[in-house]
Write a new protein. Structure first.
Length: 256
């Protein structure tokens, strides 16, 4: 059980982050939700989790594209025993046409934010005498696809940084690992469907099975609950010697 631990999950008002937050709360952890918006429905998500799982849950607005906001999130959270770096965006374009602002935003949100939050969280974990860093990387942290240069670069960077953090904390009761999901049906993936349909001139189901899940041998999306369960496992005693590595939740993608 994670009772008494506080988990901070970046980018957790939808998709995988929200799913991971719910599984953390189910395991007994207090949770801090985050995104860059500050709407009533964001705070309502935290209230729902608090009620459903009888834990403390808060929503803290912070823009993960800004270093000060990343560090401010950890500061405002108070405790941070478990840090889940999940915030991420995607943009698909050939590298010679890749918009500069998209490149910068992807590197900032998908990679730099994890540097800032980890730097701010490690002193708290050391003071508490226990800590877990779980980075939500991607199958694209281990392998590439065309037209996703910024995303693939950022995710490979996250995997590399995870290993470094693990080495810097190796003799302490702190671990750092990355989860590498294949395709998970979330708003991020949903948003890629219309463009992909147009590009390949295919219908929705055909695009899902033949294009998106083409490299996922199970031909099934992973679920946010499965990713949350994997994160909870990495926080368990059984995983205390698992550090500096990746766990793929990708239906066999990286076995191909
Ligand atoms: P999503 O779009 O549902 O969620 C992304 C989250 O990040 C949202 O909560 C969003 O509000 C937040 N976010 C975006 N910009 C932010 C910013 N500037 N500051 C703070 N928060 C911000 O997408 P998702 O699929 O749940 O993706 C979550 C993570 O999982 C990402 O890092 C993504 O790269 C990774 N991932 C997703 C898949 C997949 O198939 N869905 C596969 C591999 C990896």
């Amino acid at each position: 059980t994670l009772k008494g631990k506080t988990a901070v999950i970046t980018g957790s008002n939808s998709g995988i982050g929200l799913g991971v937050a719910r599984e953390m709360a189910r395991a007994g952890a207090d949770v801090v939700l985050n995104s860059f918006t500050d709407r009533d429905e964001d705070h309502a998500l935290a209230e729902e989790i608090a009620k459903e799982f009888s834990v403390n849950a808060r929503y803290i607005q912070a823009d993960m594209s800004k270093g000060e906001d990343c560090r401010g999130l950890i500061d405002k959270a108070g405790s941070c025993d478990i840090l889940i770096n999940n915030a991420g965006i995607q943009h698909v374009a050939p590298i010679d046409e890749f918009p500069l602002d998209k490149w910068d935003a992807i590197i900032a949100i998908n990679l730099n934010s994890a540097f800032h939050t980890t730097a701010a969280a490690l002193p708290k974990m050391r003071a508490a005498g226990w800590g877990r860093v779980v980075n939500i990387a991607s199958a694209h942290g281990l392998t590439a696809s065309p037209y996703k240069s910024a995303y693939v670069a950022a995710k490979h960077g996250v995997v590399g940084m995870t290993k470094t953090v693990a080495l810097e904390t190796a003799e302490e009761p702190i671990t750092a690992n990355a989860i590498c999901p294949g395709y998970v049906l979330t708003p991020l993936v949903e948003a890629q469907i219309p463009d992909t349909m147009e590009k390949y001139n295919m219908g929705r189901e055909e695009v899902i099975k033949k294009v998106m899940l083409e490299r996922q041998p199970s031909r099934e999306f992973a679920t946010v609950e499965q990713l949350g369960g994997t994160a909870v496992f990495l926080c368990s005693d059984a995983a205390a010697q698992i550090t500096g590595t990746t766990i793929s939740v990708d239906g066999g993608w990286t076995a191909l």
